[in-house]
Design a protein around this ligand. Structure first.
Ligand SMILES: Cc1cc2nc3c(=O)[nH]c(=O)nc-3n(C[C@H](O)[C@H](O)[C@H](O)COP(=O)(O)OP(=O)(O)OC[C@H]3O[C@@H](n4cnc5c(N)ncnc54)[C@H](O)[C@@H]3O)c2cc1C
Length: 501
């Protein structure tokens, strides 16, 4: 392998965007990927490709999806998602802890970055199935999350790899970065383990884009807390915190919500790591229309506290806290037509019964008597005078329950009944490295570490406690693009200064 100027560690969405931007900046770019080629793409490859971005209305959507037909346009209300609202959503769900400078970049560069991705060959589609409901024959988008990549995560990753390789980028699979080399305080290369050998690859700049530490059971237990070793990993097994460790070893500042993560309700019989065929199909995100009970037969969260986009990422850990790390989502026939497509996959842990008594008899390990009391008390508490409307926070709520349900509270009284067993599926960890607005990694003294950049899940300071759905890919793209441009510009500068020296 010849000498590389910019080395990107990690071939997920963030790494690929940084690699493309570095190429665009004129650098020679090498991408190191720990996974073998068939397992490439990281967590990004497991996603549905939903991307949150600020837009002012239909004209902006048409710029990203120019092939929408007149008929589709006539039948769709895309609404808008102004920058202020994206900013507010980030602030609100992170309890005002997110770094305002980073969020400002995320929000203000989001639309432009998606346009840039389109130029690179990524194609977008409206998320009709999951983020819109039909009102008077018109699809109405409701959650600020309107487009997904064509082909979902695999489509996204394939388009980015194609763009990178056809523009002359080099990818080395099965190359796990294990350390960084330095000279005089500047990062000069990457130590790599590959095929049983250790090699050093020199670089003028290194971009860390190797994900969070969610696939590392020991680190999960150490940083997120006891019990987290029982979580199932929704995505790749390769994101084990290597980038965090390598950077901390050379003095990077740890930053953000190290005890926090994105974790969702996930089929209780899903495998330990993500399954490429099922993708995100193990998630179960329609709980706002039903109730969730634990094995004591009790409800433990407000299922209707907010739209799914603003609660799903924090409810996984609520399930982890329940006995046996299991819970049941229960629905009746009034709402089953609203359940997302993931409820209809073949690999689902589901019970259907004509009565609640029969249903609970088949829900393994649950306190049946308490479950029936819980449903009875819940049914009694629903304010049926408020009409049910899945498109807005309808205020149809319960009163007098220890755990309220604030919206979409429907009684459970119309057979057949359905119950789905879920556990906690961890998506990615929030704690990471401190970066500045050029994606330079900051050290413990507050100074940038020369030659070191970071993007994607490894960045700390963006997400705390919770997360607005679809922000992870956008953050990876925005900061990936910034990191790649900054790294190539710095390489250009150092090359110029070494010529003149
Ligand atoms: C099931 C699922 C569904 C999701 N759905 C969405 C969604 O619809 N929208 C959204 O915005 N977000 C979604 N997310 C979150 C999203 O996947 C992440 O926020 C985003 O993909 C992170 O991108 P990344 O490039 O930082 O990490 P990754 O995509 O995980 O890429 C990191 C890469 O680094 C490699 N790597 C790790 N260590 C090393 C090493 N030492 N050396 C070399 N390579 C290494 C890994 O193999 C991997 O390829 C979802 C996640 C999952 C798991």
């Amino acid at each position: 392998m010849g000498q590389s100027r910019v080395v990107v560690i990690g071939g997920g969405n963030a790494g690929l965007c940084s690699a493309l931007a570095a190429l665009e900046g004129g650098a020679e770019v090498t991408l190191l990927e720990a996974a073998p080629e068939p397992e490439r793409g990281g967590n990004s490859g497991f996603t549905a490709g939903a991307m949150r971005f600020a837009y002012d209305g239909r004209e902006d959507i048409v710029q990203l999806v120019p092939d929408l037909s007149e008929d589709q346009l006539a039948r769709t209300d895309f609404g808008s998602y102004p920058k202020e609202q994206f900013f507010d959503d980030m602030a609100r769900v992170t309890q005002y802890r997110c770094d305002p400078d980073l969020v400002d970049l995320l929000v203000t560069r989001s639309f432009d970055t998606l346009k840039w991705m389109r130029e690179k060959g990524v194609r977008f589609l409206p998320i009709y199935g999951r983020q819109a409901f039909q009102v008077d024959g018109k699809f109405t988008f409701w959650g600020g999350l309107t487009l997904e990549t064509n082909g979902g995560g695999p489509g996204l990753v394939d388009s980015l790899f194609n763009a990178f390789e056809s523009a002359g980028g080099k990818v080395f699979y099965g190359h796990r970065a294990v350390g960084l080399t330095e000279d005089g305080g500047k990062v000069t290369g990457v130590v790599v383990r590959t095929g049983g050998e250790i090699r050093t690859i020199s670089a003028d700049a290194v971009v860390l884009a190797c994900g969070g530490f969610q696939a590392n059971a020991e680190w999960r237990t150490r940083y997120l807390g006891p019990g987290w070793e029982f979580a199932k990993v929704r995505g790749t097994q390769f994101d084990v915190g290597d980038g965090h460790r390598m950077a901390l070893e050379i003095g990077a500042m740890s930053w953000g919500n190290w005890s926090g993560c994105h974790a969702v309700g996930w089929d209780s019989n899903a495998p330990a790591f993500g399954d490429r065929v099922v993708g995100d199909g193990f998630q179960k995100h329609s709980y706002p229309f039903g109730i969730i009970v634990n094995s004591r037969g009790e409800r433990f969260v407000d299922e209707g506290a907010d739209f799914r986009n603003y609660t799903y990422a924090k409810y996984g850990q609520e399930v982890l806290r329940q006995p046996g790390q299991v819970a049941w989502q229960v629905f009746d026939s009034k709402v089953t037509h609203l359940l997302r497509d993931e409820y209809r996959i073949r690999q689902v842990t589901k019970i259907v019964a004509p009565t609640l008594e029969e249903l609970v008899r088949r829900m393994d390990g649950i306190d049946a008597g308490q479950f029936l009391r819980t449903v009875h008390e819940y049914n009694e508490a629903v304010d049926q005078s408020v009409p049910f409307n899945p498109n807005v926070k309808d205020g149809r709520s319960t009163s007098g329950l220890p755990v309220p349900k604030s919206n979409w509270a429907n009684t459970l009284d119309s057979p057949p009944y359905e119950a789905y067993a879920v556990t906690c599926g961890i998506t990615f960890t929030f704690g990471g490295l401190k970066i500045d607005t050029s994606a330079r990694v900051i050290d413990v003294t507050g100074e940038p570490i020369p030659g070191l950049y970071a993007c994607g899940e490894i960045v700390g300071g963006l997400f705390y406690f919770n997360y607005p759905g679809g922000s992870g890919l956008t953050a990876g793209s925005v900061f990936g693009r910034i990191a790649g441009s900054a790294a190539s510009a710095a390489v250009g500068r150092s090359a110029a200064s070494s010529v003149s020296a």
